[in-house]
Design a protein around this ligand. Structure first.
Ligand SMILES: [Ca+2]
Ligand SMILES: [Ca+2]
Ligand SMILES: [Ca+2]
Length: 134
């Protein structure tokens, strides 16, 4: 009984450590990508500004929405340039998450909303800033 409990506890601790690690990595990623003025902090303004720019880049045919083909094409180009460690099929998952009404395209509203949601999730202390160690 005692042994079983301690195994459960160590599993729980391992799980919590993983979650913390994921959050720290996510913050580092956001700071690397969105800290436009390189002061080590990503403000909500900086983040949304980058999001708007990114939306225009992703919308290859300029019709105001990111179709899945556009998304996958840009994603492939991007991940080819920066990293080869991207988990398989993560781009499909990301697209589906952003395409809230599931009509196969991400409108600018859907894009901004999902970006803002992401920012709010990472911004745990709700000061509209993302910085490491907080
Ligand atoms: Ca900054
Ligand atoms: Ca488009
Ligand atoms: Ca949609």
């Amino acid at each position: 009984m005692r042994i079983k409990n301690s195994i459960q506890i160590s599993l729980l601790i391992a799980l919590m450590q993983t979650v913390t690690l994921v959050q720290a990595t996510e913050k580092a990623y956001m700071i690397e990508k969105f800290d436009n003025n390189h002061d080590g902090v990503v403000t909500q303004d900086e983040f949304l500004e980058s999001a708007a720019k990114r939306f225009k880049i992703m919308d290859i045919d300029g019709d105001g929405a990111i179709e899945k083909e556009e998304f996958l094409q840009r994603y492939a180009e991007h991940s080819h340039q920066t990293t080869t460690e991207s988990p398989v099929n993560v781009e499909h998952h990301v697209f589906d998450k952003m395409d809230e009404d599931h009509d196969g395209k991400i409108t600018e509203d859907e894009y901004n909303e999902s970006r803002l949601k992401w920012f709010t999730e990472v911004d745990k202390n709700n000061d509209q800033k993302i910085e490491l160690g907080k």
